[in-house]
Design a protein around this ligand. Structure first.
Ligand code: DGL
Length: 264
Protein backbone atom coordinates (compact mmCIF):
# COMPACT_ATOMS: atom_id res chain seq x y z
CA UNK A 1 0.00 0.00 0.00
CA UNK A 2 1.40 3.37 -0.96
CA UNK A 3 -0.17 6.78 -1.48
CA UNK A 4 -0.08 8.20 -5.01
CA UNK A 5 2.09 10.98 -6.39
CA UNK A 6 -0.11 13.93 -7.41
CA UNK A 7 0.89 15.31 -10.81
CA UNK A 8 -0.64 18.49 -12.18
CA UNK A 9 -0.52 20.43 -15.47
CA UNK A 10 -2.76 22.86 -17.33
CA UNK A 11 -3.60 20.06 -19.75
CA UNK A 12 -1.70 17.43 -21.70
CA UNK A 13 1.92 18.58 -21.33
CA UNK A 14 2.28 17.11 -17.86
CA UNK A 15 1.66 13.70 -19.42
CA UNK A 16 5.29 13.87 -20.61
CA UNK A 17 6.30 14.21 -16.94
CA UNK A 18 3.90 11.44 -15.88
CA UNK A 19 5.38 9.13 -18.53
CA UNK A 20 8.92 9.94 -17.38
CA UNK A 21 7.91 9.18 -13.77
CA UNK A 22 6.34 5.87 -14.85
CA UNK A 23 9.60 4.96 -16.67
CA UNK A 24 11.74 5.80 -13.62
CA UNK A 25 9.33 4.62 -10.91
CA UNK A 26 7.01 1.95 -12.36
CA UNK A 27 5.91 0.90 -8.87
CA UNK A 28 4.40 4.27 -7.97
CA UNK A 29 0.70 5.13 -8.12
CA UNK A 30 0.02 8.38 -9.98
CA UNK A 31 -2.95 10.69 -9.69
CA UNK A 32 -2.85 13.11 -12.64
CA UNK A 33 -4.90 16.29 -12.91
CA UNK A 34 -5.09 18.25 -16.18
CA UNK A 35 -6.82 21.63 -15.87
CA UNK A 36 -7.89 21.46 -19.50
CA UNK A 37 -11.00 23.59 -18.92
CA UNK A 38 -8.73 26.58 -18.20
CA UNK A 39 -5.78 25.75 -20.47
CA UNK A 40 -3.70 27.25 -21.89
CA UNK A 41 -2.02 28.81 -18.87
CA UNK A 42 0.89 30.21 -20.85
CA UNK A 43 -1.09 33.09 -22.33
CA UNK A 44 -2.52 34.20 -18.97
CA UNK A 45 -1.11 36.59 -16.37
CA UNK A 46 1.05 35.15 -13.59
CA UNK A 47 -1.51 36.02 -10.83
CA UNK A 48 -4.19 34.19 -12.84
CA UNK A 49 -1.98 31.14 -13.39
CA UNK A 50 -1.09 31.20 -9.70
CA UNK A 51 -4.76 31.17 -8.66
CA UNK A 52 -5.57 28.21 -10.93
CA UNK A 53 -2.42 26.31 -10.00
CA UNK A 54 -2.99 26.63 -6.25
CA UNK A 55 -6.59 25.53 -6.65
CA UNK A 56 -5.46 22.40 -8.51
CA UNK A 57 -2.62 21.69 -6.07
CA UNK A 58 -4.95 22.18 -3.06
CA UNK A 59 -7.33 19.69 -4.66
CA UNK A 60 -4.59 17.08 -5.17
CA UNK A 61 -3.20 17.70 -1.67
CA UNK A 62 -6.67 16.80 -0.36
CA UNK A 63 -6.55 13.40 -2.13
CA UNK A 64 -4.02 11.74 0.20
CA UNK A 65 -1.11 12.13 -2.18
CA UNK A 66 2.39 11.71 -0.72
CA UNK A 67 4.10 14.25 -2.99
CA UNK A 68 3.07 16.95 -5.44
CA UNK A 69 4.57 17.45 -8.89
CA UNK A 70 3.96 20.74 -10.67
CA UNK A 71 4.36 19.32 -14.17
CA UNK A 72 3.99 22.69 -15.85
CA UNK A 73 6.63 25.39 -16.29
CA UNK A 74 4.07 28.21 -16.36
CA UNK A 75 2.49 27.04 -13.09
CA UNK A 76 5.91 26.36 -11.53
CA UNK A 77 6.97 29.91 -12.47
CA UNK A 78 3.83 31.34 -10.85
CA UNK A 79 4.06 29.44 -7.53
CA UNK A 80 7.80 28.71 -7.35
CA UNK A 81 8.41 30.79 -4.25
CA UNK A 82 5.74 29.50 -1.90
CA UNK A 83 4.38 26.11 -3.00
CA UNK A 84 6.93 24.30 -0.82
CA UNK A 85 5.82 26.15 2.32
CA UNK A 86 2.13 25.65 1.58
CA UNK A 87 2.10 21.85 1.62
CA UNK A 88 3.23 19.39 4.21
CA UNK A 89 4.85 17.02 1.69
CA UNK A 90 7.59 17.13 -0.96
CA UNK A 91 6.75 19.47 -3.85
CA UNK A 92 8.70 19.02 -7.09
CA UNK A 93 8.59 21.60 -9.85
CA UNK A 94 10.12 21.67 -13.32
CA UNK A 95 12.22 24.85 -13.52
CA UNK A 96 15.18 24.23 -11.19
CA UNK A 97 15.90 20.62 -12.26
CA UNK A 98 16.03 21.64 -15.95
CA UNK A 99 18.13 24.75 -15.26
CA UNK A 100 20.62 22.72 -13.19
CA UNK A 101 20.96 20.13 -15.94
CA UNK A 102 21.48 22.77 -18.65
CA UNK A 103 24.19 24.46 -16.56
CA UNK A 104 25.99 21.10 -16.30
CA UNK A 105 25.61 20.18 -19.96
CA UNK A 106 26.61 23.42 -21.71
CA UNK A 107 30.18 23.69 -22.93
CA UNK A 108 30.13 27.15 -24.50
CA UNK A 109 27.87 28.73 -21.84
CA UNK A 110 25.19 29.69 -24.40
CA UNK A 111 21.91 28.19 -23.22
CA UNK A 112 18.50 28.68 -24.82
CA UNK A 113 15.09 28.19 -23.29
CA UNK A 114 11.85 27.94 -25.23
CA UNK A 115 8.71 28.33 -23.18
CA UNK A 116 5.29 29.96 -22.86
CA UNK A 117 4.82 33.73 -22.60
CA UNK A 118 3.97 33.37 -18.88
CA UNK A 119 7.23 31.52 -18.16
CA UNK A 120 9.23 34.05 -20.20
CA UNK A 121 7.65 37.01 -18.35
CA UNK A 122 8.32 35.40 -14.95
CA UNK A 123 12.08 35.20 -15.77
CA UNK A 124 12.18 32.06 -13.66
CA UNK A 125 14.90 30.48 -15.82
CA UNK A 126 16.94 33.72 -15.69
CA UNK A 127 16.69 33.61 -11.88
CA UNK A 128 17.55 29.91 -11.76
CA UNK A 129 20.68 30.42 -13.88
CA UNK A 130 21.69 33.85 -12.54
CA UNK A 131 24.18 32.43 -10.07
CA UNK A 132 25.90 30.14 -12.59
CA UNK A 133 29.10 31.83 -13.80
CA UNK A 134 29.63 32.03 -17.56
CA UNK A 135 26.09 31.09 -18.64
CA UNK A 136 24.14 33.37 -21.00
CA UNK A 137 20.46 32.63 -21.49
CA UNK A 138 18.42 33.36 -24.63
CA UNK A 139 14.67 33.01 -24.04
CA UNK A 140 12.06 32.64 -26.77
CA UNK A 141 8.35 32.10 -26.19
CA UNK A 142 6.75 29.70 -28.69
CA UNK A 143 3.01 30.24 -28.13
CA UNK A 144 1.74 28.15 -31.06
CA UNK A 145 3.54 25.01 -29.87
CA UNK A 146 1.01 24.45 -27.04
CA UNK A 147 -1.91 25.00 -29.42
CA UNK A 148 -0.48 22.39 -31.81
CA UNK A 149 -0.02 19.79 -29.07
CA UNK A 150 -3.47 20.44 -27.56
CA UNK A 151 -4.89 19.88 -31.06
CA UNK A 152 -2.93 16.61 -31.36
CA UNK A 153 -0.66 18.01 -34.11
CA UNK A 154 2.95 17.02 -33.37
CA UNK A 155 4.47 17.14 -36.86
CA UNK A 156 3.89 18.33 -40.42
CA UNK A 157 4.58 21.49 -42.41
CA UNK A 158 2.79 23.96 -40.09
CA UNK A 159 4.73 22.86 -37.02
CA UNK A 160 7.97 22.87 -39.01
CA UNK A 161 7.35 26.44 -40.26
CA UNK A 162 6.59 27.66 -36.73
CA UNK A 163 9.67 25.88 -35.34
CA UNK A 164 11.96 27.42 -37.96
CA UNK A 165 10.67 30.90 -37.10
CA UNK A 166 10.67 30.54 -33.29
CA UNK A 167 14.06 28.86 -33.12
CA UNK A 168 15.90 31.35 -35.36
CA UNK A 169 17.02 33.74 -32.54
CA UNK A 170 18.07 30.73 -30.46
CA UNK A 171 20.16 29.37 -33.34
CA UNK A 172 21.63 32.80 -34.03
CA UNK A 173 22.72 33.03 -30.37
CA UNK A 174 24.88 29.93 -30.97
CA UNK A 175 23.43 27.89 -28.12
CA UNK A 176 24.81 24.40 -27.54
CA UNK A 177 22.04 23.54 -25.04
CA UNK A 178 18.31 24.13 -25.36
CA UNK A 179 15.87 23.73 -22.47
CA UNK A 180 12.40 22.60 -23.49
CA UNK A 181 10.89 24.91 -20.88
CA UNK A 182 7.30 23.80 -21.37
CA UNK A 183 6.14 20.28 -20.63
CA UNK A 184 4.18 20.20 -23.89
CA UNK A 185 7.38 20.56 -25.95
CA UNK A 186 8.89 17.07 -25.49
CA UNK A 187 5.98 15.96 -27.68
CA UNK A 188 7.58 18.10 -30.44
CA UNK A 189 11.13 16.78 -29.88
CA UNK A 190 11.37 15.43 -33.45
CA UNK A 191 10.81 18.76 -35.14
CA UNK A 192 12.74 20.81 -32.55
CA UNK A 193 15.84 18.62 -32.76
CA UNK A 194 15.59 18.54 -36.57
CA UNK A 195 15.64 22.35 -36.71
CA UNK A 196 18.35 22.78 -34.02
CA UNK A 197 20.63 20.11 -35.52
CA UNK A 198 22.71 17.36 -33.92
CA UNK A 199 25.19 19.64 -32.11
CA UNK A 200 22.60 21.09 -29.73
CA UNK A 201 21.65 19.11 -26.62
CA UNK A 202 17.97 19.28 -25.72
CA UNK A 203 17.16 19.32 -21.99
CA UNK A 204 13.64 18.14 -21.25
CA UNK A 205 12.07 19.66 -18.14
CA UNK A 206 9.92 16.49 -18.00
CA UNK A 207 12.89 14.09 -17.80
CA UNK A 208 14.76 16.23 -15.29
CA UNK A 209 11.65 16.62 -13.14
CA UNK A 210 11.18 12.83 -13.04
CA UNK A 211 14.75 12.39 -11.75
CA UNK A 212 14.02 14.96 -9.05
CA UNK A 213 10.85 13.06 -8.07
CA UNK A 214 12.96 9.91 -7.67
CA UNK A 215 15.46 11.78 -5.49
CA UNK A 216 12.79 13.44 -3.32
CA UNK A 217 10.92 10.18 -2.67
CA UNK A 218 14.17 8.40 -1.89
CA UNK A 219 15.44 11.14 0.43
CA UNK A 220 12.13 11.26 2.30
CA UNK A 221 11.73 7.48 2.59
CA UNK A 222 8.55 7.65 0.50
CA UNK A 223 9.29 5.16 -2.29
CA UNK A 224 6.56 2.55 -2.80
CA UNK A 225 7.69 -0.93 -1.73
CA UNK A 226 8.82 -2.98 -4.75
CA UNK A 227 8.18 -5.11 -6.70
CA UNK A 228 4.76 -3.78 -7.58
CA UNK A 229 3.05 -2.18 -10.56
CA UNK A 230 1.66 1.27 -9.85
CA UNK A 231 -1.87 2.32 -10.71
CA UNK A 232 -2.61 5.37 -12.84
CA UNK A 233 -5.66 7.63 -12.41
CA UNK A 234 -6.36 10.56 -14.69
CA UNK A 235 -8.61 13.51 -13.85
CA UNK A 236 -9.55 16.53 -15.95
CA UNK A 237 -11.49 19.73 -15.36
CA UNK A 238 -12.54 19.56 -19.01
CA UNK A 239 -14.14 16.91 -21.17
CA UNK A 240 -13.05 13.40 -20.04
CA UNK A 241 -13.68 11.74 -23.44
CA UNK A 242 -11.59 14.33 -25.23
CA UNK A 243 -8.85 14.01 -22.61
CA UNK A 244 -8.77 10.23 -22.96
CA UNK A 245 -8.69 10.33 -26.76
CA UNK A 246 -5.98 12.95 -27.15
CA UNK A 247 -4.03 11.74 -24.11
CA UNK A 248 -3.82 8.24 -25.62
CA UNK A 249 -2.70 9.69 -28.94
CA UNK A 250 0.10 11.56 -27.14
CA UNK A 251 1.40 8.99 -24.63
CA UNK A 252 -0.27 5.75 -25.60
CA UNK A 253 -2.26 3.23 -23.62
CA UNK A 254 -1.29 4.38 -20.14
CA UNK A 255 -4.64 6.19 -20.10
CA UNK A 256 -7.69 4.07 -19.52
CA UNK A 257 -10.66 5.84 -17.98
CA UNK A 258 -10.64 9.62 -17.33
CA UNK A 259 -12.67 11.19 -14.52
CA UNK A 260 -14.15 14.66 -14.44
CA UNK A 261 -13.33 17.11 -11.63
CA UNK A 262 -15.59 20.16 -11.37
CA UNK A 263 -12.93 22.69 -10.35
CA UNK A 264 -13.16 25.25 -13.09
N1 DGL B 1 2.66 22.72 -20.08
C1 DGL B 1 2.70 24.05 -19.61
C2 DGL B 1 4.12 24.50 -19.33
O1 DGL B 1 4.97 23.68 -19.07
C3 DGL B 1 1.99 25.16 -20.33
C4 DGL B 1 0.96 24.93 -21.32
C5 DGL B 1 -0.09 26.02 -21.29
O2 DGL B 1 0.13 27.10 -21.85
O3 DGL B 1 -1.12 25.74 -20.68
O4 DGL B 1 4.39 25.68 -19.33
Amino acid sequence: MSNPIGVFDSGFGGLTVARAIIDNLPGEDILYLGDTARAPYGTKTLPQVREYALECLDFLAGQDVKALVIACNSASSAVLHDARERYDMPVVEVILPAARRAAKVTKNGEVGVICTAATAVSQSYDDALAAVPGVQLTTTPCPLFVDFVEAGITGGPEVMAAAREYLLPIREAGVDTLILGCTHYPLLTGVISYVMGPDVTLVSSAEECAKEVYAELTNNGLLAPTPRTGTLRFLTTGNPERFAKLGRRLIGDYIDEVESVPLA
